[in-house]
Design a protein around this ligand. Structure first.
Ligand code: SF4
Length: 635
């Protein structure tokens, strides 16, 4: 029987083995109905094809670029690519995501997903163009920053419109917190995806395509696009993001600051007003250096600031991007010099470093220095004093190139603390083995969402900040209270899965206070584009299927259980020292109740946190349930 004709997809999955140089393709459509695309389909391929005994460093490990099923169409904000692998942090599910223009270009070139296996003996890049793929030498690119790599490839291939996803020096040198970067200013950060790419000696993927993506129901699709654009246009949140995320939500007087700062390696969660003014104030702070706004493809918002420093010590610093997270990198190190903070963030992208990992690992080292466990002799002569911009920037370079103390820190904070010992494990902020920069104690929905994240301590899964911005409508919850947090996080984790499988940016979707795109809009856009007549309930079910694939992967490959869903010990034992939430911490009893409820909503076992046969079978994942049962990890 022939495969059904569907719209939305480019139609092919590209498979590339860097070891034997075999390149092949298969049809996307056979997976389409069950997983749609992006992260959900990546999760299925990983779980289905990767043996649990395969290590993240083995050639067999898969690195999968999965473009959302609406990317390459006119669906507003549909630009994102999920990159999934087995993570070197914990041998569990690794996943990260970027926007920009790369995903659409890959689809125009004919491919929805690219599955990389094998390890090349020499540095290479993958050139994907109009239905063809070729492995080429990257000898001249190895050692270059991400910006230099993009420019070099465009010159070598003779086309300024080529889109590039690349690693920087950090990924080449095996820093666990390495990103895969694409312009403008977009990093797939987390889970060591750049480490895996570097381990395979794959410097970059360059894509160029002249194909087009057709909608199954062009008229219905364009009507859905128009409705979506009107909603985004009318959304006060989208209007805010357009000015810049900092200007919209993180100016010094914003109440978000009160529950959203991890300060001096998490010793506190409050930063005084004077420092906020220095970092994010319009006159003294980072916004002062903004020159213009940039956008990902097909996005009517354009939230990416392009900044440039024209004078002073950091003159010449320039680049795209600075988010609330970037400010958190600075609070973590008590850095309130805006120019240095901007430089610190922009260099992450150039060096190919994950800002969460870099700032968390550095903050741990600074606290070790404060407590006398590290000395200048250990740190190449540097004194690691909170807020010292020169020391912070010098340490960033050492980490990216794994030089001296940077080599010691290069495997992440859990490993650094294990090596140093002396009680430093207590202030190593990590979840499931991965560095975690986020605050956990004041914002309950944020902390809980980070803790239950399958990829370990990351907020871009189920974390909810405030009901006016995130979480479902018609649910009573508050950022700093425990009530209904499991329900809000459960909803957010499903909607984020939808956004990742379709390729929507969360800023035009469920992080716009449900004033912009909602699940009903996603249903309209996906159904009319693909031709699969989905209901809201069915789409949520596909999302839960994706989430359960990740749960099964982590249970089988990493052995995670309930114990891995509690915050780092410091946040459960030490109270916030100052500010409006002084005295707050993560209370074990309350956390237990939240986990019980969250597992119940997901259909997981309360005691172990493992999947259940009933839950898996309801989602059509009976075969995977059998695999879990065979190793005794199913309830
Ligand atoms: S809202 Fe910002 S990050 Fe999201 S797609 Fe638009 S420009 Fe990109």
């Amino acid at each position: 029987m022939g495969l059904p004709k569907l719209g939305g997809w480019a139609g092919k999955i590209l498979r590339v083995n860097l070891e034997n140089r075999k390149i092949s393709t298969e049809d996307t459509v056979k997976y389409a109905r069950d997983f749609l695309g992006g992260r959900a389909l990546n999760s299925f391929l990983l779980l289905n094809e990767l043996a649990p005994e395969t290590r993240s460093s083995d050639p067999e490990n898969m690195l999968i670029f999965g473009v959302g099923c609406l990317v390459g169409t006119l669906a507003p904000g549909a630009c994102r690519v999920s990159i999934d692998t087995k993570s070197p942090y914990n041998e569990g599910k690794g996943s990260a995501n970027f926007g920009g223009h790369f995903g659409a270009e890959l689809k125009f070139a004919g491919f929805d997903h690219v599955v990389i296996t094998g390890k090349s003996p020499e540095p290479v890049y993958l050139w994907v163009q109009d239905g063809k793929a070729e492995i080429r030498s990257a000898a001249s690119l190895w050692g270059k920053t991400t910006g230099e790599t993009e420019a070099g490839l465009r010159e070598e291939l003779g086309d300024p419109r080529i889109q590039v996803a690349s690693i920087g020096p950090a990924g080449e040198r095996g820093v666990r917190g390495s990103i895969i970067f694409t312009t403008p200013g977009k990093a797939a950060a987390g889970s060591g995806v750049g480490w895996v790419m570097g381990n395979k000696k794959l410097k970059a993927i360059a894509a160029r395509g002249r194909g087009e993506i057709r909608a199954a129901d062009p008229k219905g699709f364009m009507a859905a696009v128009d409705r979506s654009l009107q909603k985004i246009k009318a959304s006060p949140y989208a209007e805010g993001w357009r000015k810049g995320i900092i200007e919209a939500k993180f100016l010094p007087e914003s109440p978000v600051w009160d529950f959203f700062a991890s300060v001096r390696n998490g010793q506190d969660e409050f930063w005084p007003m004077e420092k906020r003014i220095n970092l994010t104030g319009l006159e003294r702070g980072v916004p002062r250096y903004k020159k213009r706004m940039m956008s990902c493809l097909a996005c009517p918002v354009g939230c990416i600031p392009f900044s440039k420093i024209d004078e002073g010590r950091y003159k010449g610093t320039r680049g795209a991007g600075y988010w609330i997270n970037s400010a958190t990198y600075s609070t973590k190190l008590d850095l309130d010099q805006a120019e240095a903070s901007l430089r610190f963030h922009l260099l992450m992208n150039e060096l190919g470093l994950d800002g969460d990992m870099c700032s968390t690992s550095l903050a741990w080292a600074f606290e070790c220095f404060e407590k006398g466990l590290l000395t200048p002799a250990d740190c190449g002569g540097l004194g690691l004093r909170w807020g010292d911009a020169e020391a912070i920037l010098a340490m960033q370079q050492k980490l990216a190139y794994r030089e001296g103390i940077g080599d010691f820190l290069g495997d992440g904070v859990k490993e650094s603390a294990r090596k140093l010992g002396k009680g430093s494990e207590f202030w190593a902020s990590q979840m499931k083995g991965q560095d975690s920069v986020d605050p956990y104690r004041a914002g309950k929905g944020w902390g809980f969402g980070c803790a239950i994240s399958p990829v370990g301590g990351r907020h871009l899964r189920g974390a909810v900040s405030a009901p006016s911005v995130t979480g479902p409508k018609n649910l009573a919850w508050a950022p700093t209270r425990y009530e209904n947090i499991p329900e809000a996080v459960f909803w957010q984790s499903q909607t984020k899965e939808i956004e990742d499988l379709a390729g929507f940016c969360i800023f035009v979707g469920t992080w716009s206070g449900a004033h912009a795109l909602e699940v009903s809009d996603y249903v309209d856009l996906i159904s009319s584009s693909t031709g699969l007549a989905l209901t809201e309930e069915e789409l949520m079910k596909v999302a839960r299927r994706g989430l359960n694939l990740e749960k099964a992967f982590n249970t089988l490959h990493a052995g995670f259980d309930r114990g891995d869903d509690y915050p780092p010990p410091r946040f459960m034992e030490e109270e916030i020292r100052s500010g409006p939430y002084a005295g707050a911490k993560c209370e074990k009893e309350k956390w237990d109740k939240m986990l019980d409820r969250f597992y119940e909503l997901n259909g997981w076992d309360r005691q172990t946190g493992w999947p259940t046969r009933k839950g898996m079978e309801e989602l059509g994942l009976g075969e995977i349930a059998e695999r879990l049962d065979r190793v005794g990890r199913l309830k």
